[in-house]
Ligand binder design. Sequence first.
Ligand SMILES: [Mg+2]
Length: 250
Amino acid sequence: MTSLPDSPLPDLRRYDAVLFDLDGVLTPTAEVHMHAWRAMFEELFAQWGIEPAYTDDDYFAHLDGKKRYDGVAALLRSRDVEIPWGDPSDDPSLDTVCGIGNRKNAVFSRVLADEGIAPYPGSLALLDALAAVGARVGVVSSSKNAKDVLTAAGILDRFPVIVDGAVAERDGLPSKPAPDMFLAGARQLGAAPARCAAVEDALSGVASAAAGGFALIVGVDRGAGAATLSAAGAHVVVSDLAELVGPATR
Ligand SMILES: [Mg+2]
């Protein structure tokens, strides 16, 4: 528990709806994404002679929580590399922003299919506690793989509303940290942001919910750091969502 010792943890059942980020909040997919990005960019940087070398800090600074192509463009821009945007239909072998994003996705899909994925036990416990009182819940994820991941984790049917990368592209919603995806999730659940909670592990996601005026923003520290998540707008930071089940049942 990384919030102030005397600040009580919130009861998420008191909010009209709870919107969850997926990767790193419900499922440990951030690990799979990090590995896929690292494998792909290490090879690309070596081929193109790009320096400095790719590190996991790049993941948190440029890639985590963003739409795939925006992340590719941001990372390459950090190394003063500009390439054509291309088109989402680009083959993974093409050296465009979209082609490189699709290359990473092929690695990700292979790992997900080979190894499967289980939800964090603490996240599942919180979802159970919310379901027990009929709370409205949704997923707001920049990933275009959100439904595949939810299906692989066996929790797809728990979420009547899913605003993912595919929906964002279809509806022209800008990437987190813009508030649009979280606002769309709240709207689809019929709840006002000022009465909703958002749960996020990425700085861009916390900033997105803060910009959307959400009543409660829970930061989940999976590596970004509690202080950094708080500075981005998280009202409380936990290291596992099981910490939020206690207050609801005590
Ligand atoms: Mg995340």
